[in-house]
Write a protein that binds this ligand. Structure first.
Ligand SMILES: [Zn+2]
Length: 233
């Protein structure tokens, strides 16, 4: 596949911030990647992206090089940067790493979460359940929000950042397969048990429940769609 990207979902960057242009371009491109706006194997057109973001090519090139070194893109001689296509074994390895990071995150959260953070987790679960029952096609967000909240409550910037990286790669790997919702309610029950363990301060239980939950999600995805996709985060 050698399609040039459509840049409809990239909009001009605001100039009202001190963040560098290349880091904002990186964020915009990464967002488009995990949203499934690009498909694996697709070539990124630097000129079109620069035009869509309303910036010059320099920062775009810089951010594309950065995303390539982070493993989201591959630079192919004479073709430029293409969207990384993860193999099944790489995807399995990403899931494995996700269980390690987020299992540790749940354990740390059980030790360190504030009552306010636990309350936020419960709030996010309510929204996730509401989203599961609605026809709203918004992808992943409520379920992923729960996992994000747990990782924030872990109060470990390194393990949080590692989880963000792995989840972005998994979103990219399975972006093309769309959504299914069959497991939303079961996932909700599992999330609830994780929050209860965190609230009780039972780190060992929270870690085990998180790892089991992520493994079940992965196996469900493998059954329904093949290992490259998952119905929820
Ligand atoms: Zn989940």
């Amino acid at each position: 596949m050698d399609n040039v990207v459509e840049t409809a979902e990239l909009s001009p960057l605001s100039t009202l911030t001190s963040e560098t242009l290349s880091s904002r371009a990186r964020r915009a491109i990464l967002q488009a990647l995990v949203n499934g706006h690009y498909v694996p194997g697709q070539r990124l057109n630097e000129v079109e992206i620069a035009a869509a973001l309303g910036i010059s090519r320099g920062p775009v090139r810089e951010s594309i090089q950065g995303l390539a070194s982070e493993g989201f893109l591959e630079v192919v001689p004479h073709r430029g940067a293409i969207v990384k296509q993860f193999s099944e074994s790489e995807i399995a390895a990403l899931y494995e790493l996700r269980r390690v990071h987020e299992g540790a995150g749940a354990l740390f959260a059980a030790e360190r979460a504030t009552p306010g953070e636990v309350a936020m987790m419960k709030e996010v679960l309510d929204s996730a359940l509401a989203a599961a029952d609605s026809e709203d096609p918004a992808p992943y967000t409520p379920e992923l929000d729960f996992h994000v909240r747990v990782m924030q409550a872990a109060h470990s910037e390194f393990v949080r950042a590692a989880a963000v990286d792995v989840n972005a790669k998994l979103l990219l790997a399975r972006a093309r397969s769309g959504q299914i919702r069959q497991r939303a309610h079961q996932a909700h029950d599992e999330h609830l048990k994780i929050v209860e363990a965190i609230e009780k301060g039972d780190g060992a239980l929270a870690e085990r429940l998180m790892r089991d939950h992520l493994l079940t999600s992965q196996q469900h995805a493998a059954t329904v769609l093949g290992v490259s996709s998952e119905e929820h985060a």
